[in-house]
Design a binder for this molecule. Structure first.
Ligand SMILES: O=P(O)(O)OC[C@H]1O[C@](O)(CO)[C@@H](O)[C@@H]1O
Length: 565
């Protein structure tokens, strides 16, 4: 097998010196050997959430032991005529399955779809689009207690129970979780047909090559043996150290992004071949949730429109993941190189090389964490927003209404919550972004709307307009999905983000049963998503971030037509 090399451009001058020193430090401090010995002191003196988070290093050998079990599960489902999988999960429990589904999808009769939005329209779409007779619902959560996932589980269990009856419902549910989790217990009580128990020493965002990624991969027809042969070649290289360190792609890459971040080039802009572009969302979670804490962080910029060099500040580094034979983006990449931007390129032989990328990014992120003095395996700020959202929900359950902050502007079309006084809604965004500085700030659009293609395209347009006008890095995330991804970094990084929250009013709402098998409901998905949005708004403000919240009363399309023109 070819040993692919990382190609770098414009790593010169002080960057080159710092990079060479970082490699020397890797060798002098025996970092590679220590990581493979699972020495937590590489990152911190306290082993908490490190010692029990390094299982991903052994993922290829550990997961292989379950291959027979996975194959017979897939065969059983096929024999029963299951045609669809609806995977219910958030963040690390759904992003790798999404990559497998969208990149490899179509090679098998079974189709995989993901639900990671609590927007009522998204929940209803998934309800209508799948015939329960032909669908397996996989509930996927490491902790076994993530509110979105458990809400989906209760809702879909009752729905299928209603549609197919008591005898059949259990056949349509499976779980992937950690041993001893709340979900394991519920799944046993409800008699799920299958419970896959993962190695508990693997964190969500490092779980692509564990059962969380590989069970869904096998279901959509990925050749998991072939996938793991590729992954193993990267694992092998990641053990190279001492005089062989220049063969260790993942360590070199990690050291380089660490150095770039230290020198202010902390906007890691992903440019990928179209066919594999969904891997960006997985990378985004891994890098953002691992590094965005203690006032530091690397901002992954995923799916931003690629423009010519004049639109970029000197805080950018471009990572080019190119599928061999595809040179559609080559011209723009060359322009960026000519303009002096640092570019790091990996060429993928074919889509199976994605497994190498999974491991490479996991190892590199751990190395970047070491270099920057960041503990990459915890997510201290994620809980903050959850606590506030829970309080909003509790108040709602007691009073029957959502207790929201005082708006700065309100009309028939929209409500704006901002720290500035708003007289004219059409200039609210301009006012909010007026101090935006190219080369330093980033603008993050957080949309609590149905994550449909139409909405994505509308929001991408706003994003590109901001990029062109202010020449700052821009990101786009659908809520609550991004809360389990970039949400950590937004609150934990150095504080250069400006946050535009967009919330709509769903046309319909869907009740969340208090428990599976019960009809009683005290909140709906519509209430949950709003509580999550306002919970995160408050958590951002508590961390002294700049936020503007725009609540749209009509459609997103009407808002963009009338108010942003
Ligand atoms: O798999 P779980 O436990 O449901 O968690 C989902 C996601 O939520 C987070 O814990 C943080 O929000 C992520 O790290 C994780 O991938």
């Amino acid at each position: 097998m070819n040993e692919d090399k990382m190609r770098t451009f414009n790593i010169t001058g002080s960057l080159e010196t710092a990079y060479k020193n970082a490699i020397q430090k890797l060798v002098d401090e025996n970092i590679i050997e220590r990581i493979w010995k699972k020495d937590f002191t590489v990152w911190n003196n306290d082993p908490t959430e490190i010692s029990n988070r390094l299982g991903w290093l052994d993922c290829t050998s550990v997961t292989r032991k379950s291959f027979d079990e996975i194959h017979s599960f897939v065969n059983e489902l096929k024999a029963e005529g299951i045609q669809n999988i609806l995977l219910l999960g958030m963040g690390g429990s759904s992003l790798a399955p999404e990559v497998f589904s969208l990149v490899f999808g179509g090679i098998s009769d079974i189709k995989l779809s993901i639900l990671d939005s609590t927007h009522p329209e998204a929940v209803l779409e998934k309800t209508k689009n799948f015939n329960p007779e032909k669908t397996l619902y996989i509930v996927s959560t490491k902790s076994g207690g993530t509110v979105e996932t458990i809400s989906f589980m209760k809702y879909f269990y009752n729905y299928v129970l209603n549609e197919l009856g008591k005898e059949k419902v259990t056949k349509h549910f499976a779980a992937i979780t950690d041993p001893g989790s709340g979900l394991e217990q519920i799944a046993k009580e409800l008699n799920f047909r299958k419970i896959f128990l993962n190695d508990p020493n693997i964190g969500g965002r490092f779980s692509a090559l564990s059962l969380f990624g590989i069970v869904p991969a096998a279901l959509v027809g990925v050749d998991i043996e072939k996938l793991f042969i590729r992954a193993d070649s990267e694992v092998l290289l990641s053990k190279k150290s001492g005089i062989e360190i220049d063969r260790n792609n993942s360590a070199l890459f990690g050291a380089l992004i660490g150095v770039l971040t230290e020198q202010g080039k902390d906007k890691l802009t992903l440019v990928t071949s179209e066919k594999i572009n969904t891997v960006g969302a997985w990378i985004e979670q891994l890098v953002a949730e691992s590094t965005g804490k203690n006032n530091k962080g690397i901002l992954p910029v995923d799916l931003e429109e690629l423009l010519s060099p004049e639109y970029y500040g000197d805080d950018r580094v471009f990572i080019y993941l190119n599928l061999k034979g595809d040179n559609k983006k080559q011209n723009l990449i060359e322009k960026l190189i000519q303009a002096g931007f640092p570019v790091i390129e990996f060429e993928l032989e074919d889509i199976y090389d994605l497994s190498k990328q999974f491991f490479l990014w996991e190892f590199a992120t751990s190395i970047a964490g070491w270099y920057l003095g960041i503990q990459p395996f915890d997510q201290p700020n994620v809980e903050q927003a959850k606590v506030i959202a829970r309080k909003i929900l509790k108040d709602y359950q007691e009073s029957g209404k959502l207790n929201l902050p005082e708006p700065s502007f309100s009309s028939n079309d929209l409500i704006i919550y901002s720290e500035e006084k708003i007289d004219k809604p059409e200039s609210a965004l301009e006012l909010f972004l007026s101090e935006c500085e190219s080369g330093k700030n980033y603008v993050s659009i957080q949309a609590y709307v149905n994550p449909s293609w139409e909405n994505f395209n509308l929001l991408q347009k706003l994003r590109t307009d901001i990029l062109k006008k202010y020449k700052v890095a821009t990101t786009l995330g659908f809520g609550p999905r991004f809360l389990h991804s970039t949400g950590q970094l937004h609150k934990g990084d150095s504080g250069n983000g400006l946050f535009i929250q967009i919330i709509d009013n769903p046309k319909t709402d869907v009740a969340i049963p208090d428990n599976a098998l019960e009809n009683k409901s005290s909140i709906s998905f519509g209430v949950l998503i709003k509580a999550q949005a306002f919970g995160d708004r408050q958590a951002l403000l508590d961390n002294k971030r700049k936020v503007i919240t725009i609540e749209i009363k009509n459609s997103l399309e009407a808002f963009f037509q009338n108010l942003l023109n």
